[in-house]
Structure formats: structure tokens, C-alpha cells
Design a protein around this ligand. Sequence first.
Ligand code: ASP
Length: 429
Amino acid sequence: MSEKNGILSWYFRSNLLLRILLGLILGAVAGVIFQDATKAISFFSPFGDLFVRLLKMIVQPVIIFTLIVGTASIAPSRLGKVGVKIIVFYLCTSLFAIIVGLLFGNLIQPGTGMEIAGADAAGKSLKSPSLIPTLLAIVPTNPFEAFAKGDVLPTICFSIFFGISLAFCREHAEQRVRAAADVTYKFFEGAAEVIFKVVGWIMQYAPIGVFALIFVVFSKHGAGAFGPLASVTLAVYLGLICQLILVYGGLLLLFGLSPMKFYKKVRSPMLTAFVTRSSGGTLPISMEVAEKEMGITRGVYGFTLPLGSTINMDGTTIYLGVCAIFIANAIGAPLTFSQQGVVILTAVLASIGTAGVPGAGAIMLLMVLDSIGLKVEAGSAVAAAYAMVFGIDAILDMGRTSMNVVGDMAGTTIVAKLENEMDMEVWNK
Ligand code: ASP
């Protein structure tokens, strides 16, 4: 390819991950130096937006093609096993996550002593999404509408139905049906290969996109953005680190996999999630790593990763726990033991319903607050406290999205190992 010899050859030859890291560091440093630089922000924003758009462009095709190939390539009897295992794993880690979130919230007690008053509190009245319609909306009334609108959960739902049906047809008693199903399978397999080629190209743009995205966040919020919210940020990030090291590390060890190897391999999806703040957007990168660096078969990751990117949000769950404690403390009404029990339940459910897009968790926080009687109403103290965490949502979203993605990768790795769907040579490389 010409890129190997052209004037940009130094760019394409250098290590991609290093380039992305450099973009991240330079973006943060430049953002802190150029505070509120409106002109620079509007100059760089489009470069960041372009990266997010490029990732979003491929999300739907990646999900549809890989999920269909993924589910169709597992014999019907095995699909059930992978499905049950991954769902159990995702639920258990989400449960650990909310406990970790509440633990660090209780230890650090963010917001204590703030005593925000309701009178001069500035907040908007926001509606929390209700649970049943959210769950029902997973089944699309028109799959093509869901594809076109980019609704990930309904797209996953339809693709799974299609893939399972294809798997059955591939084992059909009639030769005519089997032959037709094989052609369909080959088509989607080819389409998946093609779309991954596009992913590789988009990754070459990542360092530039990363620089722009990070610059904008730091220029707007600056180092001082942490200010009064330092403790909530600290609690969320400590919780995330605990989840990463103790929960995932422990589980990987339990199943005979090296956590260090895992951490090394998940660096690029982690970083991509960190800067894009979208699990859905990171999906193509996670899939590539699962296949190329972890040696996991498409049959497993093609099913578990898209599913995880929408229903398994461990980072978001930690964030929900810490923020519920922060808001309750900030208004001078610390959560009782039983209120924390309710948070455990609603935060896990809310995380399942959280879309893998930037800021989605902040909306789900409304659902959790509502469940413990903290209503975000105009002018209320709750609204003011909510507005505070909302103000630094970008910073919290970066960390929680990273952990959302790592959680999916951990589940996928462990299930692949259990199912013997992992090329250990590739994993050990
Ligand atoms: N941004 C997160 C994600 O894509 C969701 C959230 O806002 O918590 O995973």
C-alpha cells in the first residue's frame, strides 16, 4: 500500500497504541494550557466529532454482520451454553460493581457537609425513563427502522433471532435449505471481513481524533474542573480500579488466565472507550482485539461483545452507586441501609438499560434517584446536586465507559476459555 512509502510513512510505521497515547497526553496538556480557548475548541471539535462519527458509522454494520455470523456459527445446542454463561457472568459482575460502588461511596462519603439548599438551587426538571417500556423496546416492531435509527438493543435482538434461525437452517434436514443457508452465512461472513478492514483504516485516524476529543474536554473543564467534585471523582475511579484489579483480575485468575496478559491486551479498547465515551462505538476495536490478540473465536465474541456493550455496564453501575451517595449527602440526607439496598437493585437494572453512548448513564441516574425518593425537580436541592455531577459527567463517563468495555472483554475471555473457543497460542503471544 502507498502509505508504507509516502511522506506519511513514519506515521503509519510507528506503533498505533503509542500514537493514540501521545494524542491523549498532548490533548490533555494542550487543553489545560489553553483554558476555555473558544477558537481552538471550535477548531478541534470537528476532528474529534469525525472520529466519533467514523466509529458510529460502522457500529450497526459490525453488530449485524458479526452477530449474525457469530450466532449462526455456533451449533444450536452450544449457543444456549454460551448464552447462559455470559448472561450469568454479566449479571454477577454488575452485582459486584454496585457493591464496589457503594463501598467506596460509603468510605469516601463524597458530598458530606455540603448541605445544598433547595431555595436557590438551579436544576431542570428531568424525566426518568421507566423500566417496563425500556425493556419492551428491546424487541423492534420494525427491525429496519431500528437499523436506520441506530437503536443498538433492538438491532441486537433481531440479529440474534436471525442468526439463531440461520444456525438451525444450516443443520436442516433438507439439502435445499442447508445449501441456501450456507450461501446466506457466507455472505454475512464476507461482509464481516469487509467491515473489519474499514475498522483498521479508522484506527489509523484514531490518534488525531483522540487528541481533539481530549483537548476539548480539558480546555472546557480544566484541571480545576475537579474542584468540589474531586471526592466523587476519586470514589468513582477508585471503585473502577478495584473492579478492574480485584473483580476481573480475581475472576481471570480463578479461571486460569493471566490478568497481566489480559490488561495488556485490552489497552486499546480501554483507551478508545475512555476517549469516545461509548461502549457501542468501541465495539469494533474490542472485537478486533478479541480475535487478533486473544484468539477468541468469532462464534463467541460475535455474540458476547455486542450483547455486553449494551447490557453489561459495570463502570456505569459503580458510578450510579457513588453518585446516589454523593447526591444524598450533598442535600444533607445520607442514604439509609435499606435505601442502599434499593440502589443495588435499581442500579443493576438501570445499567442493563443503559445505552452504550456518551452520557447515557447520567440519564439512568435519574431512575436510580427516583427509586429512593430523591426526585429531580426544578429548583430542588436534588436537582442542584444532580447538576453538579452532570457538570463533570464527561470525566466520569470516560472512566466508567472504559470499565464497561473491560467487563465485556473479561466475560468474553472467560466464557471463551470455558467453552474451549480460544486459540491459546494467540492468547500466549
Ligand atoms: N457512556 C457509557 C457507555 O457507552 C454509558 C454511560 O453513560 O454510562 O458505556
